[in-house]
Write a protein that binds this ligand. Structure first.
Ligand code: OSB
Ligand code: MG
Length: 371
């Protein structure tokens, strides 16, 4: 589907979270999110940049993404005629790193292509294997164990299929034990966001006792080799998040035995084209994947749903209901989760939700249009 990209508009929106979210690298109370609108033939496609407010998850943050988009990514796309949204990633491929920034534009172009074709986005990217997405929740570090147990209770009652809890040194073995003792049968996993080193292997080994589904990214964000060493010592499967930025990384990690599961995030890998390649590499190796989250607003959430319809997304992901994050989302309807802990995939064109443009206008703190 030919796309002549006439105009790209960047909007910075501020959205307070309903509850703070804390990981091993810090606490977030308000998101600063870039929404990307790409226009062709009077039709708009929308993307969301998933970078955090600070360069702590990876090297990107909202402001770096704004500059990369404005000064590098958009000028390479705008005014061009693409044969398909698949042409976008190669055009920004020589930009080192900054994948979340480039992905914000890439995913907007896929949404645009789907809307121009009058087709659902999931179809356009080759998805559609699942009509319903299995949902888990990611629960941050809390002020007390009691608070954590209370939160887990609420999410299980809402129907979520698996619980992911954040861990860090000092909030790990004892806390996981408390959760396991209370709920011996639930699907449970832990995400360390790179808070440990190989010197902590014995401590991490103690988590084997709690038969977790997986431990996500225990070691450094850029270290596949130490994860391979750790995986040899653990019974619990390692899932890589931060380490996997390309399909080539996925290939290397699998070859080295550094993980048995991969978390795919659209932004971290640079958009749909690379996400699909990571998915395919994992699938060919018999490694299951699931869709991670970055506390997205509705646009990013809707893109994650489309991605999760690819066949090898066989484990519950971190994509959950809008209301867990926002008192009002930027899409209508908000993302809703059934009592069985699933999201029903929508059939409309593009990502299948309407933009709440009045609301977006009311929370926009900066806007810049190129073209
Ligand atoms: O590591 O998966 C992560 C949020 C921000 C940064 C990194 C991560 C997360 C989450 C939250 O776990 C997932 C979500 O609810 O969107
Ligand atoms: Mg993670």
């Amino acid at each position: 589907m030919e796309i002549r990209v006439e105009r790209v508009i960047l909007r910075l929106v501020r959205m307070p979270l309903v509850h703070f979210f804390e990981t091993s690298f810090g606490r977030t109370t308000e998101r600063k999110i870039i929404l990307v609108e790409a226009v062709a033939g009077g039709v708009s496609g929308w993307g969301e940049v998933t970078a955090g407010e600070n360069p702590f998850y990876n090297e990107e943050w909202t402001e770096s993404a704004w500059m990369i988009l404005r000064d590098y990514a958009i000028p390479r796309i705008q005014g061009r005629t693409l044969q398909s949204a698949a042409d976008a990633a190669p055009l920004t491929g020589h930009i080192r790193g900054h994948r979340m920034a480039c992905a914000g534009l890439e995913v907007a172009l896929w949404d645009l292509e789907a809307r121009l074709a009058g087709e659902p986005l999931w179809k356009r990217i080759g998805g559609g294997a699942h009509k319903e997405i299995s949902c888990g929740v990611s629960i941050g570090i809390q002020n007390s164990v009691e608070q954590l147990l209370g939160k887990i209770e609420t999410e299980l009652a809402a129907g979520y299929q698996r619980i992911k809890m954040k861990i860090k040194p000092g909030w790990d073995v004892d806390v996981v034990r408390a959760v396991r003792e209370r709920w011996p049968g639930i699907k449970l996993m832990a995400d360390a966001n790179s808070a440990y080193t190989l010197a902590d292997a014995e401590r991490l080994k103690r988590l084997d006792e709690f038969y977790l589904m997986m431990i996500e990214q225990p070691l450094a964000h850029d270290d596949i080799i130490d994860h391979a060493e750790l995986q040899r010592r653990l019974d619990t499967p390692i899932c890589l998040d931060e380490c996997i930025r390309t399909a080539h990384h996925a290939e290397q990690a699998i070859r080295l035995g550094a993980c048995r599961i991969i978390n795919i995030k659209l932004g971290r890998v640079g958009g749909f084209a690379e996400a699909r390649r990571v998915h395919d590499v994992a699938q060919a190796a018999g490694v299951p994947v699931w869709c991670g989250g970055m506390l997205e607003a509705g646009v990013g959430r809707a893109h994650n749903i489309a991605l999760s319809t690819l066949p090898n997304f066989v484990l519950p992901g971190d994509v959950s209901a809008s209301k867990r994050y926002w008192s009002r989302d930027v899409i209508v309807p908000p993302v809703e989760v059934t009592q069985q802990g699933t999201i029903q995939v929508r059939e409309g064109a593009g990502f299948g939700y309407e933009l709440d443009l009045d609301f977006i206008r009311s929370i926009t703190v900066r806007e810049e249009a190129a073209g």
